[in-house]
Design a protein around this ligand. Structure first.
Ligand code: ADP
Ligand code: MG
Ligand code: ZN
Length: 478
């Protein structure tokens, strides 16, 4: 990206709510049920069927609005958004237009435009080449998904790169997950994001013409798609052309961006108030219930971690926004002696060594209990284990669980705490390499590595590196 252009990105995020039934009918929600088994006249759009709004979905939407600091409307209206598509049997989607449930709000420095309730469309399955009839490709429809409650969250155009968009969306997901209102799984489609992208000259305020990337279904694709679109627009502008307002599809396999449709406007949808539903009148009681249902949010948890455990802001944030890590860290901390002061080391081991080994897996499902990790950290800080051997013990714990002290005893991994034993090994290493010893004596500090190596090999990593260096210097009198 040349510094002359600033990328401008706004996200529209769809969140499937984890209610028992659909948004406007009593059909159950069940991911993976046999196709077209969870339907009724309402969600199939049969004439005369009447919708009834799902109170629990409204409750969840209010929780989301509160958690994101939105202004909640006490009067909010459902509208019909009219368009034709095979996944929309009524010929319109019940959504919200100019009187959404929530406006404004903010998360991690990015302001929100609005948050509203709507229903999901059915699922279209494109059969591809195998499904050709009379030479053309066929698609089939599963109406089970049609009518699933959705909350749409629209940001202001305040994200600045593909990476920023991905990171911010992961913070939003953590926040939504902590509310327990959705599975927020991008692969399964319970969290979906469209990205609006434009460029403008750096330092200028007016927005450039935007394109919209539809339905990014993973965090990685979102980042890659936005990055690719920024580059595409930059090439157009630098080549003297103009970006056309259109909706694009990003193909993660090829990296290609292809046009889905050109410019569409709100008036194309002929929005009008849904005559079969009363407006949502949000009462103080509904707000109180929503507020009471919200536990500690990741942002607040990060503040607490920083304050109570002395973690850096960055570390506190990392653990708080990956709640499985935060839970594990808190459990390990509780398992270690109350005022042991090991919180920072525990945080380092959880976010560093443990995550390096298990990646995205929830550590609570690994073989390492929080108490075992706490013990491991205690052994290191009491210098009974070196960092290197502690990592070995962690590998054993991950393989087969157990107690670190037992593993250390079984495998003879305890640090060489007996100074005379270590001193003898150091003396032997010096005697075995008089050349290196002479160099170190003569002031060549680097030559000491040739003496440290054999000691570490001889002690199989059970000696502390700085202790070994100290002993060598002592024995050589430098
Ligand atoms: P539309 O009517 O096309 O849906 P909206 O104004 O409702 O457009 O905005 C939809 C999303 O696009 C929002 O997240 C908004 O922040 C973002 N957006 C709007 N204009 C731009 C722009 N010029 N560049 C990037 N994002 C934009
Ligand atoms: Mg839009
Ligand atoms: Zn139904």
């Amino acid at each position: 990206m040349t510094p002359d252009f600033e990328p401008v990105i706004g996200l529209e995020i769809h969140v499937q709510l984890k209610t028992r039934t659909k948004m406007f009918c009593g059909c159950e929600l069940s991911f993976g049920a046999p196709p077209n088994t969870l339907t009724c006249p309402v969600c199939l759009g049969l004439p005369g069927a009447l919708p009834v709004a799902n109170a629990r979905a409204i409750h969840f939407a209010l929780m989301i609005g509160l958690a994101l600091g939105c202004e909640l409307a006490d009067h909010s209206v459902f509208h019909r958004k009219n368009y034709f598509y095979p996944d929309l049997p009524k010929g319109y989607q019940i959504s919200q237009y100019d009187e959404p449930l929530c406006r404004g709000g903010e998360l991690a420095g990015v302001r929100l435009h609005r948050v509203h309730l709507e229903e999901d469309a059915a699922k279209l399955i494109h059969l591809g080449a195998s499904g050709r009839i009379h030479g053309s490709e066929q698609s089939i429809v599963d109406f089970n998904r049609g009518g699933t409650p959705l909350v749409e969250i629209v940001t202001e155009p305040e994200l600045r790169s593909g990476e920023h968009a991905r990171e911010w969306l992961s913070l939003l997901r953590a926040t939504l997950r902590s509310l327990g209102v959705s599975d927020v799984n991008m692969e399964e489609g319970s969290l979906r994001a469209d990205a609006n992208v434009s460029l403008r000259p750096a330092g200028s305020t007016p927005l450039g013409t935007k394109t919209e990337l539809k339905n990014m279904n993973s965090f990685r694709f979102l980042e890659r798609g936005v990055t690719a679109e920024i580059e595409r627009q930059r090439a157009i502008i630098e080549g003297g052309g103009e970006v056309a307002q259109e909706t694009l599809h990003f193909d993660p396999a090829s990296g290609a961006l292809t046009t889905l449709r050109s410019k569409e406007e709100a008036h194309d949808y002929r929005y009008f108030p849904e005559p079969d539903l009363v407006p949502i009148a949000t009462t103080a009681e509904m707000l109180e219930q929503a507020r009471a249902a919200i536990g500690e949010l990741p942002a607040a948890r990060a503040v607490r971690f920083e304050r109570d455990f002395g973690l850096s802001a960055e570390m506190a944030h990392l653990l708080a926004f990956r709640s499985d890590l935060g839970d594990y860290f808190e459990a390990a901390n509780a398992a270690s002696a109350a005022d042991s002061g090991h919180a920072q080391q525990l945080a380092n081991w959880v976010s560093g060594q443990l995550v390096a080994r298990i990646g995205e897996q929830d550590p609570a499902t690994s073989n390492v209990t929080p108490a075992a990790l706490a013990t491991l950290v205690e052994l290191v800080s009491a210098r009974e284990l070196t960092n290197g051997t502690a990592r070995e013990v962690l590998d054993v714990l991950l393989q087969s669980g157990g107690d670190p002290r037992a593993i250390v005893a079984e495998r003879g991994l305890a640090s060489l705490s007996d100074d005379s034993e270590l001193a003898a090994i150091v003396a032997a290493a010096i005697a075995a390499d008089p050349d290196a010893a002479a160099k170190v004596r003569a002031g060549n500090a680097k030559a000491i590595a040739a003496l440290i190596g054999p000691v570490m090999r001889e002690t199989r990593g059970r000696a502390d590196g700085s202790e070994v260096t100290k002993l060598i210097r002592e024995q050589l009198g430098v």
